[in-house]
Design a protein around this ligand. Structure first.
Ligand SMILES: [Zn+2]
Length: 282
C-alpha cells in the first residue's frame, strides 16, 4: 500500500458518491473461465464451424435458435462447474461492509459475482448473464433466472430437447425465451443492461476500481474516460499494462496496481473498507 493510494482512498471515502468496481474477464480467469472469444469458443453445427462472433448474435438466434441455446447451455455448464475465487469473495465482502456506498459494474456473464454473494440490486450486469433469460419477443424487458429444473450440466453440442424447450419460455406470455446476453449485433440500453445508470455511476463515483478488463467494449471505455477526465481517484488492477492503466497513470488521481485480481483484491478491498469506516467516524 503506497501513501499515494492511501491518500486517494481517504479522499474517496470522505465523499458521498459511490465506490464503483468495474470488472472484466480477468477477474474470472483465475476461476478457469475461458473467454469464449478465442479457440475455445468455436462451435460446430452440422458441418459448419461458427466463430463466437457469428453465434452470439440475434441474427443466429433467429436462424438456429436451438443451436444457439445449446451453445449457451454448454457455456453455462462450464461456468457452473467453476467456483468464485478469492477476488470475487473480496468484492462480495466489500459490498457487505460498505452497503449503499458500493456499486459493481461487470462485463462478465458468468454469474460468479452473484454466486460469491454480491446482490443483484448493486450489480449491473452490463452484458447480461448466462444464468438468466428473457422473452425473445420482448413482451417484458426484465430478465428471469433459468429454471432450476433445467439442471446445470450440459453436454457439448446438444441442443435443448422438447422438455427443455418447454422450460425455456417467457413466464409472462409463454413464448420462447432467449439467453439474457448482449449480442454482437445488439446495443446497450437502460432497461436490460443499465447503460445510463452505469454512466451516471461514473459521473458520481468517488473512486473507480477497474479489474481485469482491457477496454475492448464501449461502455467500460466511456466510464473510465469520464472518471479520468473528472480527475477522480481511479485504481486499475491487471497483471499487465492496459489502455486503462495508461489512462489512469495519465490522469490526476490514477494508480496502477500490477498483479492478478486474486493477488491484489483482498488487500485492496480491506483498504477501501478501512477508509470508509474511518470516514464514517470522522
Ligand atoms: Zn413474453
Amino acid at each position: 500500500m503506497t501513501e499515494r493510494l492511501e491518500e486517494l482512498m481517504e479522499r474517496a471515502a470522505g465523499g458521498r458518491g459511490p465506490i464503483v468496481l468495474l470488472t472484466g474477464a480477468g477477474i474470472s480467469a483465475e476461476s478457469g473461465i475461458p473467454t469464449f472469444r478465442g479457440a475455445e469458443g468455436y462451435w460446430t453445427i452440422g458441418s459448419r464451424h461458427y466463430r463466437p462472433m457469428e453465434l452470439a448474435t440475434w441474427s443466429a438466434f433467429t436462424e438456429v435458435p436451438d443451436d444457439v441455446w445449446g451453445w449457451y447451455l454448454y457455456r453455462r455448464s462450464v461456468c457452473r462447474a467453476a467456483a468464485p475465487n478469492a477476488a470475487h469473495a473480496a468484492v462480495a465482502g466489500l459490498e457487505r461492509s460498505i452497503g449503499d456506498r458500493f456499486l459493481l459494474v461487470t462485463q462478465n456473464v458468468d454469474g460468479l459475482h452473484l454466486r460469491a454473494g454480491n446482490t443483484l440490486a448493486r450489480t449491473f450486469q452490463i452484458h447480461g448473464s448466462i444464468d438468466f433469460m428473457r422473452c425473445a419477443a420482448e413482451c417484458v424487458s426484465d430478465p428471469e433466472p433459468l429454471p432450476e429444473t433445467l439442471g446445470t450440466e450440459w453436454e457439448k453440442g446438444r441442443p435443448p430437447g422438447p422438455r427443455e424447450k418447454d422450460l425455456l419460455r417467457c413466464s409472462r406470455c409463454g413464448g420462447p425465451a432467449r439467453p439474457h446476453v448482449l449480442w454482437f449485433d445488439e446495443t446497450y440500453d437502460e432497461p436490460r443492461f443499465r447503460f445510463q445508470s452505469s454512466l451516471q455511476a461514473a459521473i458520481r463515483a468517488e473512486l473507480l476500481v477497474v479489474i481485469g478488463t482491457s477496454g475492448a467494449t464501449n461502455l467500460p471505455n466511456q466510464m473510465c474516460e469520464i472518471v479520468a477526465s473528472r480527475g477522480a481517484p481511479m485504481v486499475v488492477v491487471d497483471p499487465e499494462p492496459t489502455p486503462f492503466s495508461e489512462l489512469a497513470l495519465g490522469s490526476r488521481a490514477g494508480v496502477f496496481r500490477e498483479g492478478t485480481a486474486c493477488a491484489v483484491m483482498p488487500a485492496l478491498c480491506d483498504e477501501i473498507r478501512r477508509a470508509v469506516a474511518g470516514a464514517g467516524k470522522a
